[in-house]
Ligand binder design. Structure first.
Ligand code: ATP
Ligand code: MG
Length: 347
């Protein structure tokens, strides 16, 4: 197939891990006979330095024409005091592309059980996909900030809720067929709307799926006590922010966490969960696996290439098992060595 992929390397270790993702796309294209047209554009601090803007118009235009967008990482101390901030570019592109669903898988692996704070027997077969609503709720509501009092408004429309429920349900159908919806319906009006919409949407469109409701406080406990029982977990913005970090701790390493942000039409944005790690930038130390797993999410969810994504994921996990990895995962390889080890298993 033909596909246009835009790379936004960004700052810090962003360019190094983006290079690893690009190498993975090239290897997959070669093995499966695809024609990926891969281009690169400025984003974040690198874009501020070159153009004064964290998301230049030319970058946005290139992304809007793409089939999928890959982002390395943005930000760093260099821009801490600058008038425009690299992170503004990320918020702006999410908004411009209408990316309302943030997906973060948490998949455990025996090679990392020791690195997780959770007991090994509970980590077996954990494979969770958290679908977090990304553009609504309390983060984007009206705010009032005074010295003696303040408030934040949390609002959701049925439309905002339904579209992320559909994303979650479609994912569950391609996985193990279970959706857990997390809310605080005993206290919050928005949560009661989430619950009513979930019941209605699943009864009408997804009666085949197993549906579970959990209050967010219970969900926080159950993620630690019975993580293997979750398949897709769908929730609103604030709860999702907190629960994705909690689920990440199951995995045991920031270096193995990919993410995807999707909208209805148009390209999705795929990026590793880690930041720009300025402390190790430019030293061939960055773990490229989170970026390569994000590349796999791009293949599967962005381009519909499930088999190709599986080949890439298998290659990454085989390297982890063989300890062909960077120091943060207990290996001895640099960024380039670990990337080459994955590529060797694809080609
Ligand atoms: P942000 O604010 O952008 O989320 P952060 O400063 O909170 O970023 P990171 O930039 O992700 O966090 O870095 C946190 C720590 O993890 C740092 O010590 C960094 O070196 C390390 N780290 C992050 N990503 C990687 C990676 N891919 N490989 C190795 N170490 C990493
Ligand atoms: Mg930071």
């Amino acid at each position: 197939m033909k596909a246009k992929i835009v790379l936004l390397p960004g700052d810090g270790i962003g360019p190094e891990v983006t290079q690893a993702a690009k190498a993975a796309f090239d290897a997959i294209a070669q093995r499966f006979g695809h024609d990926f047209l891969i281009s690169q554009a400025l984003m974040g601090g690198a874009a501020i330095d070159a153009t004064g803007e964290p998301l230049p118009a030319a970058t946005l235009a290139a992304c809007q024409e793409a089939d999928a967008v890959f982002l390395g990482a943005v930000g760093g101390p260099k821009w801490d005091k600058s008038e425009k901030r690299p992170e503004q570019g990320l918020l702006a592109i999410r908004k411009a592309l209408g990316l309302y669903a943030n997906l973060r898988p948490a998949v455990t692996h025996p090679a990392l059980y020791d690195a997780s704070p959770i007991k090994a027997d509970r980590l077996k077969d954990v494979d969770i996909m958290v679908a977090r609503e990304l553009t609504g709720g309390i983060y984007f509501g009206e705010k009032q900030e005074g010295s003696e009092a303040a408030w934040d408004r949390c609002a959701y429309s049925a439309e905002e809720i339904d579209r992320v429920l559909h994303q979650a349900a479609r994912l569950a159908r391609s996985r193990r067929g279970k959706v857990t919806m997390v809310d605080k319906a005993n206290v919050l009006a928005t949560s009661r709307l989430w619950r009513r919409r979930t019941e209605a949407v699943f009864a009408e469109h997804y009666p085949d799926l197993e549906l579970e409701f959990l209050l967010v406080d219970a969900a926080a406990m159950h993620l630690l006590s019975r993580p293997a029982s979750f398949d897709v977990l769908v929730t609103e913005n604030l709860f999702g922010d907190i629960l994705t970090d909690e689920a990440a701790m199951l995995v045991g390493s920031l270096g193995m966490l990919p993410s995807a942000s999707l909208g209805d039409s148009g390209p999705g944005l795929f990026e590793p969960c880690h930041g720009s790690a300025p402390d190790i930038a430019g030293q061939d130390k960055a773990n490229p696996f989170a970026a390569m797993l994000s590349a796999a999410m791009l293949l599967e969810l962005g381009l519909g290439l499930g088999e190709e994504a599986q080949v890439l994921k298998d290659a990454v996990y085989a390297c982890l098992e063989a300890r062909q990895c960077t120091a943060d995962l207990g290996g001895k390889l640099g960024t380039q060595g670990a990337t080459a080890a994955v590529l060797a298993r694809i080609l």
